[in-house]
Structures are given as C-alpha cells and as structure tokens.
Design a binder for this molecule. Structure first.
Ligand code: ADP
Ligand code: MG
Length: 685
C-alpha cells in the first residue's frame, strides 16, 4: 500500500522517475509538470488499492497526526463525475488551521496554513485514503508542525558531517540520521477501561491500590503471549507491513499486560512517521479484540511505565558510528563519538526538554526508567579509551591489546558492545546510540531534531577548527582536539547504575541538570543558548522556538487541568458515595446485631466504621485542598507560573488525594467499589 521507489519506477515514465529521484535524493525542487505526471500515476495506483480520497498527512504542534479527507471526485458537465488529482494538489494543500496550536505564531485572521509534500517520505493508502506525508507551514513561512524542523535539522547535520568527512578525504555524500523506535504499550480489556473515567479521560489511572502481585515474579517478560494479544499482534504486523512499516520484534514486556514492538530502523523523518502510524494502528486495532491500547507513559502506579527507546545513528556510505577497520577510520570514529558526547553534554537540558510531558513526569526517575538526569553510557572498552585519551596514558584493553591512541586499530569487540546498561538514559550500543528517556506517547520529532542539531553544532566546531590542516598536522591537531573536548565533557559519561540514589547526588556534584518536572524542564527551550543553536544552524527561528515553548506549556497545563477535574469528579460522584454507602451498611449491621443480641461483640465492625469515616474525612480534606489550588491555578494568567503551580503544588495534593482513596479501596467491600481495580485490569484472560 506504499507508493515506494519500486512502484514509482514501475508506474512513472522514466524521465519523470529520474527527476523525482533527484528531488528525493538531492533535494532539487519539483517542477509542476513532473508533479502532474506523478500525481496522475499516484491517483491511478491509489484507486486500484481502493482509495476514494486523498489527504495531506501532517503533524501539527500537538504532536499527533492530522488528516482531512478530500475525494478525488470531480463533477463534469454531463452529470457524471471523474476521478481527478492534480500535481498542484499533490505538492501543496491549504488548511484552515485556526484550531491547531500555533503558540501565537499565527493570528486567527490569517488562519490558513499550507501543507507541502515531503517527497522523501512515501505516500501510502490507509483506510481507502491516499495519505501524502507533508510539512505544515504558515503563509509567512514559519513552521507550524513537527516535521519541518526535523527535516531542517537533517540538512544541517548532513552539511556539517560532510565538512568533517571531507577532512578525512571522503567524497561529498548523503548523510542521514537513522531512527528505530522501540514502542512499549499496555493492552487491557475494553470492559474495564469503559468503567474508569480516569483511563477514558486521561489515559492513566488516577487512583488504584497496588495489585496483590506486580511484576516481581518476572513471569511476563518474554513470556508466552496470550492468544488474544497474539491475534492482535498478527493483525498489527499485517497492517503495518502493508503500510511499509517494517515491524520486526514483538514480545511481552516486564509489567503485566505490557508489550513491545520494535521496527527495523530507517531515515529519521520516515522513522518518526512510521512510529506515529504504529501508535495509531495499535490504538485502532485493539478494539477488534475487545482490548484497549494504552500509550500513556505511566498508566499504572507502582509498576513499570512505557517508554519509547530512540535508537539513533548516522548513515552515509556506511554507518558512521561503526568503529572502522583502519587506523584513520578509527580516528574518524573517535571524532564522531566525541561530537556526540559534546552535544549531549552541551545540550543535555534541551534533550531532557524534548521528552518532557505530564505523563513522562511520572515515569522518569521512577524505579524502572532512567532519571531526569541526562548522562551517556559508553561501555567498559570505550570508557577505558576515553580515560586513556583524557589522562594521556597508554590504553590497555581487557585483552591487553595495546593501542596507540586513535592511530592504531580499535579492538574489534567494540562492535558487539552487548554489555547493555539498561539504566542509562543515553547508551552507546555498538554502532548506534539509544536514547531511553522518551515516553511511549511522545512524537519523536523533537528529540531527533535536537539531537541532530546539537551534533551538527559539534561537527561545525570541529570543522571550523580543522579546515586548512592536512596530513600529520591534521592528525596531531585532531587527537589534541578530541582530548581537550573529552576532558571538558567527561562529566556526562556515567557507566554506573542510573537508578541509584547516589547517582542523583553525584550528578549534582558534576553540575548536571536534573529537571524533575515538565514545568522545570521547558524554560531552557527559550534560553539564549538554545535560540543561538537553532538559529545558527537554520533549524528554528527565535519566533518558532518561542511558539513551540508556548504550545508545550499550554499542553501541560491543559492536561493537568483535565486530570484535576477528572479526579474531583470521580471522588465526588463515585468514590465518596461508595465509601459512605458502605459505611452506612456497616452501621446498619452494627445496629441490627445489637438489637438482636445486646451483648454481641461488634468491635471489628465498629473499628471498620471508624476507619471508613476517618478515610472519608481525609479524602474530603484533600479534595477541598485540590479544589482551592486548582482554582487558584486557573486564575494565573501566566502559563509558566500556572505550570509551576501544577507541578509543585497541585500534583503533590493529587498524590495525597489518591493515597487517601486507595487506602479505602482495600477496606471497602468489593461489590461497593465503583471501578475495576488493578487486580482486575492487569491480569485479564
Ligand atoms: P534492544 O536490546 O534495545 O531491545 P533491539 O536490537 O531489539 O534492541 O532493537 C534495537 C532497535 O535499534 C531496532 O529498532 C533497530 O532497528 C534499531 N537500530 C539498529 N541499528 C540502528 C541504526 N544504525 N540506527 C538507528 N537504529 C538502529
Ligand atoms: Mg531498547
């Protein structure tokens, strides 16, 4: 169902195919005559695949995908209609965009934005609609989407990487960041889901006592997949393969009811598109099996949340993070590695910011996820090499392979660096980096846009310093540059246990940032240092940066507002009535027993009654506190101030309110409890 190169070659006249390839591979503009031919072929192909409509498929700043379906139908004068689709319609579309978030970039009077085809991402047919992946901009040229800056960052890193490669004698070539996103998710029964307003409204449980068993038996991870889930996974694979998404690995994850899907990696922009399609299909197909797919980062307290590991590398004629065979290639590898270390240290706060969300705040720093502190894991071998370089002593590997720093061959076993540190937020895994902070729900465009831009900046610094040097002089200067840079950024390297408490203290000593909440993490986006980075490499203008920051802040505040409202409503309308009902029943029981036998022992019943009433009192107190703080927050006109209030004042009250309700869950009669419990939801058949 994908209009890929194979199909293009089959369907397009060869001259058209060639000029389209030039657009795709070399970024040359697409002529309208060519677009007309492509559009016609695409339409014919799509109709054969059952399509009746087309859409420009794009990612507004909300992060999800948007589509508006237009039919190919075109009435002709004799009362019939033909199916038409022009080059103009393929290349660009207009969108009344007034309801998409723009962070103030686009005043409503000039509400229209336009969408422009990204020919490097293939068109595809989904549910009888020809989907054309596009970028989304305002008429004044500002990006209003997630894709445009990602594409710009890909150009930036390509340009700067080529400058570095040229110093090593490489021909100019295509350099693309590659991305493979491992997607975690939960599946629970639709029946349970429908009974919980918190899941329906917020995607996570706002209440719920821990289940009798959690994940301690380690029976779920890689366990046999239950038949219903297996059927779901098969259909998911089929649909994804048809859409060109190379889903590869599927398995049960650590938490009960948690699963994972990993695809084969591809170009960053396509990798992000594919991940969005994967999430969409997961959500939609689950209903075929009486299931609901939860993509929230932390749907259940006390058991693992869901992440989305962003595997990232740079691909040219070969993988640029593959330690090479020859001494010169080793040196190049070290330059590339150093560039990433520098980038991650310099822009650690931006990376943290790129994955900040209300949901991920509950995951980062919780037991099973990396902390909110960014650090890099290199593995023992590379770590020893870095030490040797920085401290200027001879490198001796575990196998006693002596290495003359950078100019000898790196030991081969680096390539299968399988020593996986699972607790590191940013791990080198042999020939790629794995960024593990993103939550399961996030659109990976921001994280990759920032990674690409920050690494491009490191490359630029290196190329600026080295251009003009050749031969031995270049080699000596390069080694000195690597040494100096590693020395300056060594603090970001951490090979220990990222989940340990000591690491937080150690990280603080090293001066690493630790932004625990979204409210704390977002402001760095608009720091002069960040704006200089994005403007310097042509990825985002200052106005674009500011608008994105606004949109993120607003989204956080809106989500917290929804959570606070849902919480209050559930307490008032479901939990308090249920607990009070049960307390009244216990009270009636005591009276009845006493009436029947005046000397009966009712100590347990009375204690329970007091416990229930005390619980109700505590719940009510926290409810009042939440209500007051929530109203105060809504009265704050400044979005950052409001976010701070949610993060530091309201979330802690919500936790107390939750704890008070959860305490009552385990003493209230099962039949009175108004919602399915963790025991019910996580261990369905
Ligand atoms: P894990 O041990 O973390 O589960 P897997 O091998 O299952 O690792 O998944 C690794 C992911 O990394 C896959 O999606 C894979 O396609 C991706 N990947 C592998 N090589 C690269 C690369 N060069 N660039 C980007 N992603 C890659
Ligand atoms: Mg992984």
């Amino acid at each position: 169902m994908v209009f890929n190169e194979h199909t293009m070659q089959e369907r397009l006249p060869s001259a058209t195919y060639k000029s389209l390839l030039k657009t795709m591979k070399q970024g040359e503009p697409l002529e309208i005559e060519v677009a007309n031919v492509v559009a016609h072929a695409m339409k014919e192909w799509a109709i054969e695949k059952g399509a009746t409509h087309f859409t420009h498929w794009f990612q507004p700043l909300s992060g999800i995908t948007s589509e508006k379906h237009d039919s190919f139908l075109d009435p002709v004068s004799d009362g019939r209609a033909i199916m038409s689709f022009s080059g103009k319609e393929l290349i660009s579309g207009e969108s009344d965009a007034s309801s998409f978030p723009s962070g103030g970039l686009r005043a409503t009077f000039e509400a229209r934005g336009y969408t422009a085809w990204d020919p490097t991402s293939y068109a595809f047919v989904k549910d009888e609609v020809l989907c054309i992946p596009t970028a989304f901009c305002s008429y004044t040229g500002e990006a209003l989407d997630k894709k445009t800056p990602l594409l710009r960052s890909m150009s930036a890193i390509e340009e700067q990487a080529n400058r570095v490669l040229a110093l090593f004698g490489w021909e100019p070539q295509r350099v693309v960041p590659t991305v493979g996103a491992e997607q975690e998710y939960f599946l629970i029964s639709e029946k349970d889901y429908a009974k919980r307003q918190d899941l329906v409204m917020c995607g996570r449980t706002l209440f719920g006592y821990a289940p009798c068993k959690g994940q301690e038996l380690e029976e779920h991870y890689f366990g046999a997949i239950r038949p219903t889930v297996n059927e779901f996974m098969k259909e998911l694979d089929d649909e994804l393969w048809a859409l060109g998404v190379p889903a590869r690995t599927k398995h049960n994850e650590v938490a009960p009811a948690q699963h994972e899907l990993a695809p084969i990696f591809t170009n960053a922009n396509r990798g992000v598109d594919e991940n969005l399609l994967t999430m969409e299909k997961m959500r939609l197909l689950a209903s075929h099996y009486g299931l609901v797919c939860l993509l929230h980062e932390k749907p259940f307290e006390g058991i693992n949340g869901s992440g989305k590991h962003n595997n990232w590398s740079l691909s040219a004629s070969k993988n640029l993070f593959d330690p090479g065979e020859s001494p010169m290639d080793n040196l190049r590898f070290l330059v590339f590695l150093t560039a990433v270390i520098q980038a991650v240290d310099d822009y650690q706060e931006l990376l943290r910011m790129s994955v900040a969300s209300a949901g991920n705040d509950h995951r980062l720093g919780a037991d099973e996820a990396p902390p909110a502190i960014v650090s890099i894991f290199l593995g023992d071998e590379l770590d020893a090499i870095v030490d040797a370089l920085v401290d200027d002593h001879e490198y001796e590997s575990a196998e006693k392979v002596a290495m003359d720093l950078g100019v000898d061959v790196l030991p081969n076993f680096l390539k299968d660096n399988t020593d996986r540190n699972r607790t590191s937020p940013f791990a080198f895994t042999g020939n790629k980096f794995e960024f593990r902070m993103p939550g399961s729900n996030v659109n990976l465009s921001d994280a990759n846009m920032i990674l690409n831009t920050a690494v491009a900046k490191s490359f630029k610094d290196f190329a600026d310093a080295m251009e003009g040097k050749e031969g031995d002089e270049f080699e000596t200067a390069t080694i000195a540059y690597i040494r100096k840079t590693l020395k300056a950024h060594r603090r970001i390297i951490f090979n220990g246990n990222g989940y340990a408490e000591e690491w937080e203290r150690e990280a603080e000593r090293r001066g690493l940032a630790n932004h625990r909440t979204t409210a704390d993490a977002l402001p760095c986006f608009v720091d002069p240092k960040s704006i200089a980075l994005f403007e310097g490499l042509g990825v985002l203008s200052e106005a674009e940066v500011r608008s994105r920051y606004e949109v993120k802040l607003e989204k956080y505040n809106k989500l917290l507002n929804i959570e606070a409202r849902t919480m209050k409503r559930m307490v008032r309308r479901a939990y308090l009535p249920a607990i009070n009902d049960y307390a009244a029943e216990v009270a009636r029981g005591i009276t009845a027993v006493r009436a029947a036998a005046a000397d009966a022992e009712v100590g347990q019943q009375e204690a329970l009654l007091h416990k229930l009433l005390a619980g109700v009192k505590e719940i009510d107190a926290q409810l009042q506190a939440l209500d007051a703080a929530h109203h105060a927050a809504l009265g704050l006109p400044d979005q950052q101030q409001r976010a701070n209030k949610y993060a530091h004042e309201i979330v802690p009250i919500m936790e107390k309110l939750r704890a008070a309700v959860d305490e009552m869950e385990v003493v209230t009669d099962r039949d009175h409890w108004p919602v399915p419990t963790y025991n019910d939801m996580l261990f369905y058949v």
